[in-house]
Design a protein around this ligand. Sequence first.
Ligand code: ZN
Length: 101
Amino acid sequence: MQCPECQSTHINKNGHKKGKQNYICVRCKRQFINDYQFQKGYSEEVKRECLKMYVNGMGFRAIERVNNVHHTTIINWVKQAGELLPNCYEERNDSFGWRIR
Ligand SMILES: [Zn+2]
């Protein structure tokens, strides 16, 4: 199981909500229920917008501030998109962006 916000697997149980197990992410403190609806996360629209900004040279932190999406989430999307856009991915591979973690 992963945090829907930062994809961390460092998760603790945090009581129950409406009969469902509630969890809290140790890393970003986001609380969530292990439920498909919550795991789905951001919409495709938000994801596309973030990737567009990244391709246009914006840093992860800047995109995080503008779209209110955790930068580790954006990094994960970029990695996924990198398989579709190899040039873009490799070009930024050695830049500061990948050392944020
Ligand atoms: Zn988290």
